[in-house]
Write a protein that binds this ligand. Structure first.
Ligand code: BES
Ligand code: ZN
Length: 624
């Protein structure tokens, strides 16, 4: 850790100790390693602050306006290189409004185009006049029909991993942290929200029936965390620093589901140290949102498919909240270090769940995760099952998989068990503090672990076996294995059902959603006749379940057994929501058989226009 980042961390700690509002940051640190997914040359000139002034045009489906970038220039730097993809660049000017020479380099697949700006001899600010493309990959423009309210259009962004460059011309690398501010104009009565402090929550009057909303993020964040949404969005407070934003029609159910949010923040703080971002709000999006959740700072974006009615799927919020430490405070320096974001977060998520809902629930979640990654690993190229990924010549979106999450989390569980929580917890909290507001590599993680926890203890080093995690394929032999007693109980019922017992004879009283998930996954690979499937569905109402995870588990069984009566429910599920985690396996399974293929093609043809580009791109590769 550099002197500067040490000082930054200290200042931030001092500042957060006396106020609840986030601390201001001095100059964001320079990146430590090159990023193959960015054209930027940050050692020459790097972006330290982005100021957006944009208007949302729902008719043309574009954002239009300016991005003014503040730069840290090395002596003699003559150019600044920005990442763009599909942007129409109208011009670039200096602080005095004088045009600057610039060129867009040839397009590179998924990386986009470098925008090279010739810098004037003096000055550390450039302004880009631009407009996004109507098919910008980060943005989804929804018609009123695709919203809950059905009256107003909606817009939201998804920046991770390298999509921010499709709506902001900046240096789009997780190692180049930037503060930001924005003025966004949208037509009345839409409200705009961003992953930043909202300084004008109700907007201010602007020309042509628009309102302008202002935002500021004074803490340096990687650009994939700059996020926006605009729509008919209401707000309800859940606690002193937590609340939920969503469409008015969804507000009651969202507020009911998220009732524990404030408690979650408190539990997370007792493990990770003070929450550094001021408020923690959740935006529940329309159903096409392609992810479960996205950890946009101060404002997690979440799928409405977590609204089960019984709060059984809130581990997703524990996950996104945990990113406020692992990911947003301490960020992967490159996408090859993605596990540093997701693995540490998945571990942290599990600890939050344990603190709020007990050991049993946490063990079930960990066991589900481990089983899933072990299944996935079987079908993956071994090289992709090491934690450190080689993403050369690959779209990072394709290289990212469950390994980062579950093998990464297993590493932390393994370290925890090797040293005990008395030693592990202070180390983890120290790790967040030592690297706060910086972007680090897996190597820096290893160095921190060795210097601060292992400290030359050879037996401990061997017990953790770090290289087998970071560089070797598969799940290491030393991995801690979660043993869930609640699942042992489920296994007994699985055995009875596959042994011929009627569904009504099974002992399922009081089962949690996680137990149902485990039950259904166990049955997925068991041959069952249509009569047995009918018995299951009729007894437990699986196809009519309002719980997206239970319904998903059931539909996977139905597809595996080519069970026609489940087709209407399947079609509805694939059309009514666009979460990639649910879409991919179902389309994949359908395409495995001559029975499923025509269904996949028919359903996808109708559903595709409703999906976000991120999901559509994945499914395009499956349904042909
Ligand atoms: N940061 C991820 C989402 C993501 C990863 C977006 C990679 C783009 C590229 C987020 O925190 C996440 O992991 N979401 C999960 C849910 C979570 C509970 C495992 C998801 O969306 O399924
Ligand atoms: Zn995550």
């Amino acid at each position: 850790m550099t002197m500067r980042s040490a000082l930054t961390a200290l200042l931030l700690l001092a500042a957060t100790a006396c106020s609840r509002e986030p601390a201001r940051s001095p100059m964001p640190p320079a990146p430590t390693v090159p990023d193959i997914h960015s054209f930027a040359r940050p050692a020459e000139a790097r972006v330290t602050h982005v100021a957006l002034d944009l208007q949302a045009d729902f008719t043309a489906r574009v954002l239009r306006g300016t991005a003014t970038l503040s730069l840290a220039r090395a002596a003699g730097a003559k150019e600044v290189v920005l990442d763009t993809r599909g942007l129409k660049v109208r011009g670039v000017t200096d602080e005095a409004g004088q045009p600057l020479t610039h060129r867009l380099e040839p397009e590179v697949t998924y990386l986009g185009q470098a925008l090279v700006v010739t810098l004037p001899p003096q000055g550390d600010r450039v302004t880009v006049q631009y407009e996004t493309s109507p098919d910008a990959a980060a943005l989804q423009w929804l018609t009123p029909a695709q919203t809950a309210g059905k009256v107003h259009p909606y817009l939201y962004s998804q920046g991770q991993a390298i999509l921010t460059r499709t709506w902001i011309p900046t240096q789009d690398s997780p190692g180049i942290r930037q503060t930001y501010e924005a003025t966004i104009r949208a037509p009345r009565p839409l409200r705009v929200v961003m992953s930043a402090e909202m300084t004008t929550p109700d907007g201010v009057e602007a020309a042509d029936g628009h309102r302008a909303f202002r935002f500021r993020m004074d803490q340096p964040v990687p650009p994939y965390l700059i996020a926006i949404a605009a729509g008919d969005i209401a707000f309800r407070s859940l606690g002193p620093r937590t609340g939920v934003y969503t469409e008015p029609a969804v507000l009651d159910s969202a507020a009911h589901e998220l009732v524990d949010l404030e408690k979650m923040v408190a539990a997370a703080e007792s493990l990770g140290g003070p929450y550094q971002w001021g408020r923690y709000d959740v935006l529940v999006l329309p159903p096409s949102f392609p992810f479960g959740g996205m950890e946009n700072p101060r404002l997690t974006f979440a799928t409405p498919t977590i609204l089960a009615g019984d709060r059984s799927l809130v581990s997703l919020l524990a996950h996104e909240l945990a990113h406020s430490w692992s990911g947003n405070l301490v960020t992967n320096a490159t996408w090859g270090d993605f596990w540093l974001n997701e693995g540490v977060t998945t571990y942290f998520e599990n600890r939050i769940m344990e603190a709020l809902y007990g050991k049993d629930r946490a063990l079930m979640l960990a066991a589900l995760g481990r089983a899933e990654v072990l299944r996935d690993m079987k079908d993956m190229p071994p090289a992709d099952t090491a934690l450190v990924l080689d993403l050369a010549n690959r779209d990072p979106d394709e290289g990212m998989n469950q390994v980062a999450y579950e093998k990464g989390a297993a590493l932390l569980h393994t370290i925890e068990q090797a040293v005990g929580r008395d030693r592990f917890d202070p180390w983890l909290r120290g790790y967040f503090n030592r690297h706060a507001f910086t972007s680090i590599t897996s190597q820096e993680f290893a160095t921190d672990l060795r210097q601060e926890l292992i400290r030359g203890d050879a037996a401990l080093e061997a017990r953790i076996a770090l290289p087998s995690w970071l560089e070797q394929p598969g799940m290491p032999a030393v991995a801690a294995v979660p043993q869930s007693p609640a699942f042992t109980q489920v296994d007994a019922q699985v055995a009875r059902f596959t042994g011929g017992s009627a569904a009504s004879a099974l002992e399922v009283g009081g089962w949690t959603t996680q137990q149902w998930q485990h039950f259904l996954e166990a049955l997925r690979t068991t041959p069952l006749s249509p009569a047995r499937l009918r018995d299951l569905d009729a007894t437990f109402g699986l196809g009519a379940s309002g719980n997206s995870e239970v319904l998903f588990g059931w539909l996977r069984i139905a597809v595996a057994r080519q069970y026609d009566p489940a087709l209407p429910a399947l079609e509805h599920f694939l059309t009514a929501q666009g979460r990639r985690k649910f879409l991919r396996p179902l389309y994949d399974d359908l395409m495995q058989s001559p029975w499923g293929q025509p269904h996949a093609r028919r359903i996808y043809a109708a559903a595709r226009p409703g999906y976000h580009t991120v999901a559509a791109q994945t499914i395009d590769g499956i349904v042909k």
